[in-house]
Design a protein around this ligand. Structure first.
Ligand SMILES: Nc1ncnc2c1ncn2[C@@H]1O[C@H](COP(=O)(O)OP(=O)(O)OP(=O)(O)O)[C@@H](O)[C@H]1O
Ligand SMILES: [Mg+2]
Length: 458
């Protein structure tokens, strides 16, 4: 995640000294070296100025009437520990300087000091601050970077998805990911977890569709020994395993209706009650996924609306692979690299084209498997059309001569034309210029067809 660099702040130095002539000389030396100097005659005035201006560096005399330099140092460190404080001491009192450094001062200047000594030290202080800030920024970036190393996508739709992921990862919001099987829902869920503050805590996934309904409750919430036949020992549920981290409720659309109110209660109260045990509180972030059409599950009463709204704070919809054809060549190369570790396998343009025209009902997973198979079966050889799985080859060869497979009983030409226009628009996110270019016709021709067939963006 790229963090905007703050505009270079002016380099502010606060000088606190009761000796007017020393103040004047020091102020002048620092100003002429390019620092922005604030000055104060005593500790009280100095702290007041500190609290309004927040200079990065403070130079304070130790021995002053009223508040001592130590006190100034302590208060500044308590307020803003990152501030660099330099103390001024009399030549003869090095032990005072040592004491100040024990209390957190960065360095000391012994009177009388030269202009060079002064400027050099303040310069060093700012360099240190710059490094500290850079470190902090890098650390932040590392900790909260969403890991897209394993995810590729250049299509606008996927870039939009990545944007949402980046924005939502650092929050605690529940996310509901929808998309056909194999579109990358779990990968997105992991990226969100990785990019948030819980990244060092567990990411626990549970597939609600893969577990028999009667076991799902104890899987989720746990059970105590003897709670039911077969419960031979206490067992923590997925919620407890995920405590502090993220729980990924995969295929949440398959959650049995009778379990849904219980899940909702847990989500609202963040408290689980293991079967046969006492309630205990948990702290988990919820990411859910489903490849079902949730809307119709809601309409048909298979999914509770209240639970749906609790899960669906941030929706992320993963488009089917056929809706982001631009990503296909990239994904092919990505998986080729992964599976042909060491000696990358090449692939011909025509083979790539065939892959891009195939409809991939199994989405990225299907493509990944196809590439893996091809690499395994053709050790090291460059991949061409004849290496493609059968079903892809047929689209490839048919795409040479016949693009449309007509049913034997015949088909109206206008319906075909309309279909072609709609598909081209969908493929190009309803951008008319791009859809027209795709069909290799002028834009007004496309618009004419859209009017003729009453085609409108849904
Ligand atoms: N954008 C992508 N870049 C690279 N690999 C991807 C991408 N999307 C998916 N994959 C890979 O495809 C496979 C399927 O992804 P994932 O398991 O996340 O899909 P899913 O939507 O959860 O599928 P299902 O609904 O079948 O559970 C994984 O091996 C994953 O690494
Ligand atoms: Mg999955």
């Amino acid at each position: 995640m790229s963090v905007d660099k703050p505009a270079t702040r002016s380099r502010k130095v606060l000088l606190i000294d009761d000796d007017a002539s020393l103040r004047r000389v020091t102020e002048y030396s620092l100003q002429s070296a390019g620092f922005h100097v604030l000055s104060a005659v005593d500790g009280k005035e100095g702290l007041a100025s500190f609290m309004t201006e927040f200079p990065q560096v403070v130079i304070t005399d130790i021995q002053m009437p009223g508040m001592s330099g130590y006190e100034v140092l302590q208060q500044i460190k308590a307020e803003r520990p990152e501030t660099v404080v330099i103390v001024i001491t009399a030549f003869s009192s090095v032990e005072k300087a040592v004491e100040a450094m024990k209390q957190g001062a960065y360095d000391y200047l012994a009177k009388p000091f030269s202009r060079d000594e002064l400027v050099l030290m303040v310069d060093k202080a700012f360099n240190l601050l710059g490094l500290q800030e850079e470190n902090r920024r890098l650390r932040d970036e590392l900790e909260h970077q969403v890991d897209f190393d394993h995810m590729v996508g250049i299509s606008d739709v996927m870039q939009d998805v990545f944007d949402v992921v980046r924005r939502v990862a650092p929050t605690e919001a529940s996310v509901l990911i929808t998309g056909e099987s194999g579109t990358g829902k779990e990968l997105i869920a992991r990226a969100i977890h990785q990019g948030g503050s819980r990244s060092k805590e567990p990411f626990i996934a549970i597939n609600c569709a893969a577990i028999p309904a009667n076991l799902l409750e104890s899987e989720l919430f746990g059970h105590m020994r003897g709670a039911f036949t077969g419960a031979v020992r206490d067992r923590a549920g997925k919620f407890e395993q995920a405590d502090g981290g993220t729980l990924f409720l995969d295929e949440v659309g398959e959650m049995p209706l009778e379990l849904q109110p219980k899940l909702l209660r847990v989500l609202q109260e963040m408290e689980v009650e293991p079967l046969g045990g006492k309630p205990r509180s948990v702290n988990v972030r919820i990411i859910a996924a489903t490849n079902q059409d949730v809307e119709s599950a809601l309409e048909e009463g298979r999914f509770r609306e209240d639970l749906y709204y609790r899960l669906n704070v941030i929706p992320i919809e993963l488009p089917a692979l056929r809706k982001r054809v631009e990503d296909i060549p990239l994904l092919v190369r990505h998986f080729l690299e992964r599976y042909s570790a060491g000696n990358p396998v090449d692939i011909s343009e025509t083979a790539l084209e065939s892959m891009a025209t195939y409809s991939w009902p199994g989405n990225v997973r299907e493509l990944q498997n196809a590439v893996e198979r091809m690499v395994i079966l053709n050790h090291g050889e460059s991949l061409g059309q004849h290496h493609l799985p059968e079903k892809l080859r047929s689209t490839a060869s048919s795409s040479k001569k016949t693009i449309v497979n007509l049913p034997p009983e015949g088909y109206p030409l206008e319906a075909i034309e309309k279909e072609v226009v709609v598909q081209s628009l969908e493929r190009n996110d309803w951008n008319q210029t791009r859809a027209a270019a795709f069909l290799q016709v002028p834009r007004h021709t496309l618009i004419y067809r859209m009017e003729k067939y009453d085609i409108r963006k849904p």
